[in-house]
Ligand binder design. Sequence first.
Ligand code: HEC
Length: 160
Amino acid sequence: MKRGERVVLALIGLALVAGVVHSLLHVDGKHDRDIPFYSTATHNEASAAMDIYRSSGCKSCHSLWTLQDAMQFVPAPMLDGIGSLRTEDWLYAYLSSPDPQAILPSRLKKQYQMPSYATLPESQRRLLAKYMSSLKVKDWYLEQTRKAEYEKLTGLEDKK
Ligand code: HEC
């Protein structure tokens, strides 16, 4: 092979590698800038539900839309994407249960556990459950969200 040919082949090789690297980086970069969480609720549903969310103190233990209390230290699962993990019926039953830990066992001390919202008016529990079920996560981030939830609920690393 002539020297000129070797140079051309090397250049082609480099271009191929650069192309592969670029396409890999491009896919990752796209997801990095992309927020994986969204809601299918209407503006009115969302603002009514967020009013109840705030007045019921959910924010003192959970994070949602990256909102959380500065003093928050309870390792409660984040609620972003929860509607991709739980159904509206499940959420309503959970919020309405006099003993939420009978539905979802807790690893925490009593004062940090999910409180019962059975005494909240039914219409408010329905609104909250409906809104929570509208909080979705995009497919590419679903496994990550499931893992984070598992770790918050059990304190264990999910090895799946
Ligand atoms: C005192 C802290 C605290 C407050 C206040 C609180 N939660 Fe929770 N919540 C938790 C904890 C901790 C868990 C995990 C289960 C457990 O340990 O009891 C949980 C679990 C949940 C789950 C199930 C999450 C999953 O992974 O399936 C939902 C949904 C939820 N909470 C919604 C709410 C809503 C809505 C409010 C307000 C109306 C609220 N929580 C208020 C601490 C709290």
